[in-house]
Design a binder for this molecule. Structure first.
Ligand code: COS
Length: 389
């Protein structure tokens, strides 16, 4: 496969990409089928990812992270997802949706207490915004947090929480003042395993099956005021800012899935013969491969560009909403396009569980849905471009 020259990567970037590639191909890929079949959380490999610094790549070393930049993060995540997208979801949620939020909005006490163990990979972090009756329209959540002295009392049901069954800490959003709608939402870091925290049903998923997704239910759960992230009413903005970072992670995940599906397709079309020639010699196949490669390389530029926009924002404080939305929209639709074509190129073998191609197809679909559906992303991009609502 040809690599197209683009952003000048530093020696450090090349090193983390190679380290992630070796680890992913040697230790994750061989077990990916089993994780997919059983839906079991890959505890051992996730622990190793923590030891390698992959669970808090952009977090400064003083808070338990690897102290690297956003490009390093997406390069590593892309490689992990090429081997197994479920590992990628766990890594992305931990890095982008938990650690980034705490680094950006947390007090020193919060960073020491909750960021350090999660960024270093000793504990797993999660993020919980969605509810059974509020997905894309996140501002209409019903989970309530009521102040009671030095505590808030949480009640309500959250759904689709990736890593919830294994997480020790979860960044949760709840309504403190329903009259203020989205301006009445507040963010909290909650510790699982305490009274009032319950796991609900596990989501039986089409893909990324090992990423452990479940509902969580709060019944008079007491969270100290010191565990509030930001001020009362700042929760929606925190949720959206964190999702901007998350969308870059999902864009990188999409890129990894697409690359895996594409590389399998190139190999297969060089081996498989029909009507007296390699199937890659048919224009019908080679044009498909050309379209797959072109969309992948376009995705790569958008994903790396979004990573650089986020990196720049660390100095300027500017939002990178547009770059993240464009990268996720294009890369996720590319992952779907490429994995769909990969199944077709492999024919019956693409439909068989003997090869990983059908898994790439199933895993790709979620990238068009979570952390902002393609429709929400088009809404975000359209609004930012016209200034109209
Ligand atoms: N960064 C910072 N602030 C943001 C923001 C962002 N990316 N996007 C919106 N905001 C702010 C707005 O500036 C606005 O602030 P004010 O209250 O000061 O006016 C506020 O948030 C509300 O924004 P808006 O009016 O645009 O809210 P909407 O209810 O129309 O919702 C969308 C906006 C649809 C973009 C938002 O709800 C969204 O992204 N939904 C998808 C949620 C999602 O991805 N869920 C998946 C969860 S993870 S599986």
């Amino acid at each position: 496969m040809n690599e197209i020259a683009l952003f000048s990567m530093s020696a450090e970037h090349k090193m983390i990409r190679q380290t992630a590639r070796d680890f992913a191909q040697n230790e994750i890929a061989p077990a990916a089928v089993e994780f997919d079949e059983t839906g079991k959380f890959p505890k051992d490999t996730v622990q190793k990812m923590g030891e390698m610094g992959f669970m808090g790549i952009e977090i400064p070393e003083e808070y338990g992270g690897a102290g690297m930049d956003t490009l390093a993060y997406v390069l590593a995540l892309e490689e992990i997802c090429k081997a197994d997208a479920a590992h990628g979801t766990i890594m992305s949620v931990n890095n982008s949706l938990f650690c980034f939020g705490l680094l950006k909005f947390g007090t020193e006490e919060i960073k020491q207490k909750f960021l350090k163990p999660v960024a270093s990979g000793k504990s797993v972090g999660a993020y919980s915004l969605t509810e059974p009756m509020s997905g894309s329209d996140a501002g209409t959540m019903r989970t309530r947090a009521t102040r009671d002295g030095d505590y808030y009392i949480l009640n309500g049901r959250k759904s689709w929480v990736s890593s919830a069954p294994v997480a020790e800490f979860i960044l949760v959003f709840a309504m403190t003042d329903p009259d203020k709608r989205h301006r009445g939402i507040t963010a909290f870091i909650i510790e699982t395993g305490k009274p009032g925290f319950n796991l609900g049903k596990t989501e039986p998923k089409l893909g990324i099956r090992a990423s452990a997704t479940s509902e969580i239910v709060f019944e008079d759960y007491r969270v100290p005021v010191a565990n509030r992230l930001g001020e009362e009413g700042e929760g929606f903005k925190i949720a959206m800012t964190v999702l901007d970072a998350g969308r870059i992670g999902i864009a990188a995940q999409s890129l990894g899935i697409a690359e895996a599906a594409y590389e399998a397709s190139v190999e297969y079309s060089k081996e498989r013969e029909a009507f007296g020639q390699k199937i890659g010699q048919f224009q019908g196949i080679s044009f498909k491969l050309a379209d797959m490669k072109t969309r992948i390389e376009a995705s790569r530029l958008l994903v790396y560009n979004a990573a650089m926009a986020k990196e720049k924002s660390k100095e300027t404080g500017e939002r990178f909403t547009l770059e993240a939305a464009i990268a996720k929209l294009f890369a996720s639709e590319t992952a779907m396009f490429v994995s769909h074509a990969a199944v077709q190129i492999h024919g019956g073998m693409g439909y068989s569980k003997e090869l990983p191609v059908e898994r790439y197809f199933r895993d790709a679909k979620i990238t068009e849905i979570y952390e902002g559906t393609s429709e929400i992303l088009r809404t975000v991009i359209g609004r930012l471009e016209t200034g109209l609502r």
